[in-house]
Design a binder for this molecule. Structure first.
Ligand code: GLV
Ligand code: MN
Ligand code: MN
Length: 420
């Protein structure tokens, strides 16, 4: 569970020492010492520290830090002629986390991007195109509910008004949170002017399954992202006494919710898909009271879009059957739905070849790379082996040697993309 890569007794080259230094600096930020997990939510104190850290890394490399107004941090080469070429190669990931998340999901991609720049400098590689390190804002959507909010705002697939109206668990809107942080709400908007200057995006990420471990490979290349979505299910009923209300007199919304949970498991297994209820809110929340409402979030993912639609329909149909029996209500609201992504085939094939025939594999996890790819930016992803496949958990892990293999792979891909 220790997320700190070691250098295995070797003094290490500069980029390796930098990798370890950066990892050490990030290690305490937003970490819950009792679980070992991270709580790094958008615009929280931890997130601000992470943004400062990013700014420091950019400055240390002489990069020019910009913010796109949506909270996405972009570190450009200071050479104005190079930066102004209009064919920048973006590389990076995100620093925020899910509740009690692991150290690697996101930060590995950002740290590796900076370390890959260090390695390219060590190798004396001349970059003809500007390489820009990106730290995307609020990728996990853990606070406001919408995944990849930063990259969606940048590309225009999330409307500023809709984003600013999103509310966190305390009822604070994004607009209120940004204002309290002194940010300009008018700057929250799509930025085609920035995207027009980008010719490619590469995101390195810890693998969130056992694909590479099973293939005995340290690094792989992504082919596609499954279509997936988050759906809010609001079950409504009637609060009443747990001891005196006859079973047949109840309007208990928990039962339709339970039916939805079991249906999710059943239908996802049948379809070779995934369906998860990981968050639920019960009101009024008394042990001795029938709930008046249950709000739950379904995370559903499938190999293709038709299967995803069918999966969500089958789950809601079964839940509605139970709510009809009980006289309870059910509303289903899609909160963020992402279409299937196929990454740029030229980039994918070039990366796999550069990495000596690295495995090419799809993923069920969502990424900013998917959002940029949907927008038409030629995009690729590299995965670093995760020995257990565990992710979104403090037990998420990648071995130190594999992390450094990831940095070398990323540097190779960047050298290829940034050549004239
Ligand atoms: C992001 O990690 C997601 O797939 O939920
Ligand atoms: Mn994640
Ligand atoms: Mn991620």
């Amino acid at each position: 569970m220790d997320p700190q890569p070691e250098t295995h007794g070797q003094p290490g080259r500069a980029h390796e020492r930098e990798f370890v230094r950066m990892w050490d600096e990030l290690e305490p930020i937003g970490r819950d010492r009792s679980t070992g997990g991270y709580h790094r939510y958008a615009w929280s104190d931890a997130d601000l520290l992470l943004r400062e850290w990013f700014a420091g890394e950019a400055a240390a490399r002489g990069l020019e830090l910009t913010d796109d107004g949506n909270g996405n941090q972009l570190a450009w080469p200071a050479d104005a002629e190079l930066a102004g070429r209009g064919d920048a190669v973006l590389v990076g990931s995100h620093l925020d986390s899910v509740p009690d998340g692991g150290a690697y999901d996101g930060p590995l991609g950002v740290v590796s991007a900076f370390a890959a720049l260090d390695l390219l400098a060590e190798r004396g590689v001349r970059l003809d195109r500007p390489v820009v390190v990106a730290g995307f804002s609020d990728e996990e959507g853990s606070r406001f509910g919408i995944a990849c909010a930063g990259s969606r705002l940048l590309t225009g697939s999330l409307a500023p008004d809709a984003a600013l109206g999103m509310r966190d668990r305390d009822g604070l809107s994004l607009a209120e949170v940004l204002s309290a942080r002194g940010r300009d709400l008018a700057a929250v908007r799509p930025r085609p002017d920035i995207l027009d200057r980008v010719s490619a995006f590469v995101e390195l990420h810890v693998e969130q399954g056992r694909g590479l471990a099973d293939m005995d490979a340290a690094v792989g290349v992504a082919s596609a992202i499954w279509p997936h979505g988050r759906f809010r299910l609001d079950f409504t009923g009637e609060a009443n006494h747990a001891g005196t209300t006859l079973m047949q007199d109840r309007r208990d919304p928990m039962l339709a919710f339970a039916a939805a949970v079991l249906a999710a498991d059943e239908h996802a297994r049948e379809a070779g898909a995934r369906a998860t209820f990981g968050r639920v809110e019960v009101l009024p929340g008394g042990t001795n009271a029938i709930p008046s409402s249950v709000r739950a979030w379904l995370d559903a993912r499938a190999p293709d879009e038709a299967s995803l639609v069918a999966l969500v329909e089958a789950i809601t149909l079964q839940a509605r059957g139970m709510s009809r029996r009980d006289g309870t209500g059910l509303d289903v609201t899609p909160e963020s739905v992402s279409a299937a992504v196929s990454f740029d085939t030229a980039l994918r094939d070039a990366a796999a070849a550069l990495l000596g025939g690295a495995p090419v594999l799809p993923t069920g996890a969502g990424h900013d790379a998917g959002v940029l790819s949907q927008h038409g930016v030629p995009t690729g992803m590299l995965f670093v082996r995760n020995p257990t496949g565990v992710s979104h958990s403090p037990y998420e892990h990648a071995d130190p040697d594999d992390c450094l293999a990831g940095v070398r792979a990323l540097a190779d891909v960047l050298a290829h993309l940034a050549a004239a």
